[in-house]
Design a protein around this ligand. Structure first.
Ligand code: MSP
Length: 581
């Protein structure tokens, strides 16, 4: 019998269930432990995996804008289970070699994608082994495990047990009838073995209460409703181990060498491992905020909270759920040969270009479709033309020869309550006041969208403002104003000042999504690193009668176009053939 720390068996003091996290109420010092799911290592990463990680990264970076931590972002790889054992055998390698290789691919991808993880966990690490065994001992210590004969369907690709109602029959590749999971379409096998069972059924009521008392714990809302509906059905006990004779690649049940801990229990405990369980997790738990795909919602919104309650810990504070990416309308799959490699996408669209596309087009509530032309069109129109073009226009030496953040003139752009009164407003027009109002509102609007896991809407609102700013610039044709005429120069400087102020706000707000491009933009404006946080989002202070720290400051060096225009595949092909100059 393995000796486990005594605290594994002790019940920690029960605290009231957490209130839903609201950024608006999160002052400095508020902790958060964001996580991505941990990824299976039976195949290389694809854009769906990257999307999960980018959502978590953007949330983490956005929270970082509110003040320096303390926040963590954990990601990693899920390395145990039958699926990995079988994948290694099929590849003619050992499970540990397969895991080390594929885990490295995920880690490299996330580093390359600028995912700002603070921890990368592998479930084959000793710290995790210890945490899982400790967690198991805590379940056992509370009498919530029992041994029984489990008989039912098991789906290895999904690593889950299914009830009769969750399966259907379909012909396989040879046309023979075969049983598959209704949800994933993957083949299932009849399993009959002696397993440890977790008394999940005892948690149906506590889970319902938890959800009813925390209406925002799962977002977007439709997924919250899905979980509530699941809880109206029967909640049978859960098999939480497999016979070791069938599954060797996993963590053994403490004190029973014939059984291996079920891979999902093993995997879910990773969130505690990264919080320091079993010694130091109380500093972080339950400030856990999980980002998960809709396919693994049941594991995170039912099994995981029940397991946590079972050992006397609070459920996570927040579960953010996203939908899936399809490719040209089809599910990504190796057999269809349509799996999109994120590294190839970075080469084609740049890291920030692809980050922007996924987060701007990805709508958590519904599946999204990927195709190349869509990426190119979106990124060219919003990043290269609208944002990059605007920066280029207002910093060009021909329009701003002194290369400074020009002065704002109150007499040209008066603070007026009656926007339609041209006399009173200097040279500013009604639309210009609308622009000021929109950009003033933008930081809170963006934060609110991030809070509600609607990053795509946050980006939509930034883009709308960028377009409004382009309209402002175009409307006043500053390139036609004469610098030698004092009145015109004053207005020219004011137009430039307002435009640069808009760009400063967009640069700060875009950091969580396109960090490198935002850095380039802010550096070009001469904004220092310590001037890029939420507290620096006061827009156009001079308009509000306050000093502007940037006025008169030298702009940063010109390092070229903010964002390169992407070539369409057809254009590229013509270029390669020498048919296009
Ligand atoms: N190992 C489990 C998670 C354990 S977490 C304690 C797992 N791994 S996975 O590699 O299959 O999936 C990881 C994440 O990638 C999930 O959130 C899943 O939804 C997401 N995606 C996998 N394919 C996807 C798409 N096609 N589109 C978007 N995300 C998808 O499940």
């Amino acid at each position: 019998m393995l000796s486990l720390p005594a605290r594994c068996l002790l019940r920690p003091p029960r605290r009231p269930l957490p209130a839903p996290f609201r950024w608006g109420s999160s002052g400095p010092g508020r902790r958060w432990l964001l996580s991505t799911p941990i990824f299976y290592v039976n195949g290389p990463p694809h854009i769906g995996h990257l999307y999960s990680a980018l959502l978590a990264d953007a949330l983490h970076r956005h929270r970082g804008l509110l003040g320096p931590g303390p926040g963590r972002l954990a990601t990693g790889t899920d390395e145990h289970g039958l699926k990995i054992q079988q994948a290694a055998a099929a590849a003619g390698t050992s499970p540990s070699e397969l895991c080390a290789h594929v885990s490295g691919l995920f880690r490299d991808l996330f580093s390359r994608a600028a995912v700002s993880f603070t921890d990368f966990i592998r479930t084959t690490e000793p710290r995790h082994h210890r945490a899982v065994q400790c967690f198991w001992a805590a379940l056992q210590g509370r009498g919530l495990l029992y041994k029984d004969f489990y008989e039912g369907w098991y789906c290895t690709p999904d690593e889950c047990f299914l009830t009769q109602g969750q399966i259907t029959e379909r012909p396989d590749a040879q046309g023979r009838p075969c049983k598959v999971s209704l949800e994933s379409g993957h083949q299932v096998h009849w399993t009959k073995e002696e397993n440890y069972m977790f008394k999940l059924s005892e948690f149906q009521e506590p889970l319902r209460k938890w959800l009813q008392g925390n209406r925002h714990v799962i977002s977007p809302e439709p997924f919250y409703q899905v979980v509530l509906r699941w809880l109206e059905e029967d909640l049978p006990d859960l098999s939480v181990s497999r016979e070791r004779s069938r599954l060797q690649w996993g963590i053994p049940v403490p004190g029973d060498s014939t059984q291996t801990i079920y891979v999902w229990v093993d995997a879910l405990v990773n969130y505690l491992t990264v919080a320091g369980y079993p010694d130091a997790h109380h500093a972080w738990w339950p400030a856990a905020h999980h980002v998960v795909g809709k396919d693994i919602l049941k594991f995170h919104a039912i099994y995981w909270p029940a397991l946590l309650m079972a050992v006397g810990l609070d459920p996570p504070e927040q579960i953010y759920v996203h939908s899936h990416w399809t490719v040209h309308g089809q599910k990504m799959s190796k057999s269809l040969g349509n799996v999109v490699d994120p590294v190839a996408c970075f080469k084609q669209y740049t890291v920030d270009g692809f980050r922007y596309f996924l987060l701007r087009q990805g709508v958590p509530e519904r599946d999204c479709d990927y195709y190349e032309e869509k990426v190119i069109k979106l990124v060219n129109s919003e990043l290269a033309d609208a944002l990059g073009g605007l920066l280029n226009r207002c910093t060009a030496p021909s329009i701003n020869p002194s290369g400074i953040y020009p002065h704002f003139s109150e007499s040209c752009f008066r603070k007026s309550s009656d926007h339609m009164d041209v006399e009173a407003s200097g040279r500013a027009l009604a639309e210009d006041y609308e622009l000021v109002a929109s950009v003033d509102r933008l930081p809170l609007q963006v934060t609110d969208y991030f809070e509600h896991f609607q990053i795509y809407k946050a980006l939509e609102s930034v883009v709308a403002c960028v377009r409004q700013t382009n309209g402002f610039f175009q409307r006043h044709t500053p390139w036609k104003l004469c610098r030698d005429n004092p009145a015109e120069k004053c207005w020219l400087n004011t137009v430039l000042h307002v435009t640069l102020e808009c760009l400063r706000i967009y640069g700060i707000l875009l950091q969580p999504v396109i960090p490198a491009t935002a850095d380039k933009l802010l550096s070009r404006l001469g904004i220092k690193l310590e001037e890029r946080a939420f507290t620096d989002l006061t827009f156009l202070p001079r308009y509000h009668g306050k000093p502007c720290p940037f006025e008169g400051r030298r702009l940063g060096p010109d390092t070229g176009a903010l964002f390169p225009r992407l070539e369409t595949p057809r254009r590229r092909q013509l270029e390669i053939k020498g048919l296009r100059p």
